[in-house]
Design a binder for this molecule. Structure first.
Ligand code: BGC
Length: 343
């Protein structure tokens, strides 16, 4: 089911597509930014609860202050230090949008574009974006697709991309989960498990230092179910640096496997995240500051949502010790993530 959601500042329409599963889960995706605008999970007796942060109008999403609510971010998710990298002996300057750093693809990243609908059904949707050679400074034309599907209590996201010249790519979804619904409390009300023995410490610019550190003995040890409240208030220098958790965790193993489990003891609701990606960025909504109103006109305050961004290593284009994020012609970039909700 699709409807007009609003318009871009230039008048181009923005559409919303609502996918429904057989168990009543409803996912609403915008063509703008291939954005998850809403996920409603059934609560019985014909009622449902909103479990992600979002805006109720297009203006929220087109604002430069949009904190990537539910967006598909790219061409390179997370940060590229000094907004520059070298590939095949050539240096590329990409769009800097956080001081000298490139965050989530730069000023006009994929989150800010209207993607084209290439396939649409009651339980699935494929959107496509062609990012031309030189877009935000990145080399090569990249053709990316995002496929959303719902089945039972699960949402799957598959990103794919091909290019016509060597480039770098990392795509992720930036949903902020709040499993207790609008009055359920934010990070403090959640318990998180992350299947990672190492994380990436960051510089004052929030770019990876380049080393991995064992989580053991740090506030980043989320290997067992952990209440987030005390962790985001730890005086550990890495927590203090970003006022909470805003770090990349290196996931154990390879292939599609469990990455994280977010629980909301207040309602008993849980979210299981599985992915084939090497890392997950855990972001506890540290920079939400009450200046924006989300669903139902409610202000988005610090910690109101938790992002679990499955991705390639941040700044891999500059970090020789990280797995390569280079995509070459003839290759297909793929990223698969599954969110399973339970009550
Ligand atoms: C980053 C945060 C950033 C946020 C933007 C997250 O993915 O890790 O540092 O502030 O995106 O909303």
């Amino acid at each position: 089911m699709d409807r007009q959601f609003g318009t871009m500042p230039g008048g181009e329409p923005v559409s919303a597509f609502t996918l429904s599963s057989d168990t009543g889960l409803q996912l609403t995706v915008l063509d703008l930014g291939a954005t998850v605008q809403s996920i409603r999970v059934p609560t019985g007796a014909g009622t449902s609860e909103e479990v992600v942060l979002g805006f109720d109008d297009a203006a929220g999403y087109t604002s430069p202050d949009n904190p990537y609510l539910g967006a598909s971010v790219g061409r390179y998710a997370n940060r590229i230090a000094e907004a520059s990298f070298e590939l095949d002996g050539q240096t590329y300057a990409v769009s800097a949008n956080e001081g000298p750093t490139s965050l989530h693809g730069g000023v006009e990243g994929f989150h800010a574009r209207v993607w084209a609908v290439v396939d649409s059904g009651s339980d699935r949707l494929t959107l496509q974006l062609v990012s031309v050679d030189g877009d935000q400074g990145f080399p090569g034309t990249l053709t990316a697709t995002a496929t959303y599907a719902v089945d039972g209590d699960a949402v799957t996201i598959d990103y794919e991309a091909t290019c016509d010249a060597p480039t770098v790519v990392s795509l992720t979804n930036h949903a902020y989960f709040a499993l207790g619904g609008s009055d359920g409390g934010g990070a403090d009300a959640h318990v998180l498990t992350v299947h990672a023995d190492e994380y990436l410490p960051v510089t004052p610019a929030s770019t990876p230092e380049g080393r991995t550190e064992p989580v053991s003995g740090t506030p980043f040890d989320l290997t067992t179910p952990t209440a987030l409240g005390p962790r985001v208030r730890s005086a550990h220098p890495q927590v203090a640096r970003v006022v909470g958790i805003d770090h990349t965790f290196v996931l154990r193993g390879t292939g599609v496997r469990p990455a994280a489990r977010l629980e909301h003891p207040g309602t008993g609701r849980a979210l299981e995240v599985e992915t084939d990606q090497p890392t997950i960025q855990v972001y506890t909504g540290n920079r939400l500051d009450g200046s924006l109103a989300g669903h139902e006109g409610r202000l988005l305050r610090q910690g109101d949502g938790i992002c679990l961004e499955t991705q390639r290593h941040p700044d891999a284009p500059n970090q020789p010790s990280f797995p390569s994020a280079v995509l070459r012609p003839g290759q297909t970039y793929r990223s698969h993530t599954r969110w399973t909700f339970s009550a």
